[in-house]
Ligand binder design. Structure first.
Ligand code: ACO
Length: 323
């Protein structure tokens, strides 16, 4: 019996506090015009003091479980993509497991920065297909506001906080057009680790550090790697860009998304864009965008969805799913 992993629910959570570009320009040497023109970002949400990544993730997870119509006790795997975990250990995922009252199965985090959600989907899909778990919560959750350098206007204006989650269930694959994850494709190249990194950590400085980025270099790699991995994902399934109903990209920069779709000849109308309101929420950006497009009725049952992301590492990847 061939199994595949069907997405049976999704949910998301954004912290209440909204910070607009105009708000930022009061304390950072920047303008709404510069940020909008270079990135497409108009505002971002920031977690309240004391509000942790696991708090955002827990909200997104409970909403996803509700949309799936299942009880937490049915979940036997929780994987969280995050680069801003609550603590060095334990994993943020086990804190969520505890809050959901689940005592069976497994929970662990994945660190692939902005590609974290695609990496988590890839790992979970493999585990469900091979029968290692039956019902999984896959979460992308971040409090990027905790690792921003407010003296560096080139990075501090780009990021936001939030969380998104999907529930995946292993099912016998339908013979024609099965719903669920169709394929995932993940890559990394550590030789570019210095283009985008956090200058802290438990074994180096003993503190969390702040984001350091060579923006122009990252931009170039993003457009090339994202176009390449999309071509790889389409080719693996004998699909054309025109077959995709919705592109749900990582929301790092509107110009990266537009350059990528131009390179691929994809239709702008088929792209879910949330960057203006969410900014770059790293591993949370794809599930946040997915949930937005499902909630407002754009993504419908049977639609072909293409997700792609690139982040520090460098890491990048893509996933194709039938909703
Ligand atoms: N407000 C006003 N001016 C600014 C700001 C700001 N917030 N930040 C930088 N500037 C100034 C710089 O000081 C510089 O001024 P100068 O010419 O007088 O020296 C000028 O703007 C141009 O700076 P650049 O850094 O060269 O600007 P660039 O056009 O490359 O845009 C940006 C910067 C938006 C970061 C761009 O490089 C980019 O989007 N890179 C992609 C990286 C990205 O999105 N990373 C997110 C994480 S990775 C991921 O998720 C894929």
């Amino acid at each position: 019996m061939a199994l595949n992993s069907r997405i049976i629910g999704c949910g998301s959570y954004l912290p209440e506090k909204i910070v607009t570009n105009a708000d930022l320009s009061k304390t950072v040497d920047t303008t709404d015009e510069w940020i909008t023109e270079r990135t497409g970002i108009k505002q971002r949400h920031f977690a309240a003091e004391g509000q942790l990544t696991s708090d955002l993730a827990y909200e997104a997870a409970t909403r996803a479980l509700k949309s799936a119509g299942i009880d937490p006790s049915e979940v036997d795997l929780i994987v969280v993509g995050t680069t801003t975990p609550d603590d060095t250990f334990p994993a943020t995922s086990v804190k969520i497991q505890g809050r959901l009252g689940i005592k069976h199965g497994a929970a662990f985090d994945i660190q692939a920065v902005c590609s974290g959600f695609v990496y988590a989907l890839s790992v979970v899909d493999s585990m469900l297909r091979t029968g290692q778990a039956r019902t999984a919560l896959v979460i992308g959750a971040e409090t990027m506001s905790r690792i921003l350098d407010w003296q560096d206007r080139g990075t501090c204006v780009l990021f936001g906080d939030g969380a998104g989650a999907v529930v995946l269930r292993a099912e016998e694959a339908a013979p024609i057009n099965p719903r669920g994850i169709i394929s995932t494709h993940i890559h990394s190249d550590g030789s570019y680790k210095d283009l985008l990194y956090c200058n802290g950590g438990p074994s180096s400085t003993g503190n969390a550090g702040v984001i350091k980025m060579m923006g122009r270099e990252v931009f170039k790699h993003a457009v090339t790697n994202l176009a390449d991995v999309v071509v790889e994902a389409l080719a693996a399934n004998s699909l054309d860009a025109a077959d995709i109903d919705w592109l749900v990209p990582h929301q790092a920069n509107q110009r990266i998304i537009e350059s990528t779709i131009k390179k691929l000849g994809m239709d702008r109308e088929k792209v879910v864009m949330t960057i203006a309101n969410h900014a770059n929420t790293s591993a949370a950006s794809i599930p946040l965008a997915l949930d937005a497009a499902v909630s407002d009725g754009r993504i419908k049952e049977g639609d072909l969805i293409l997700m792609e992301a690139m982040g520090g590492g460098l890491t990048w990847g893509a996933a194709i799913a039938r909703w």
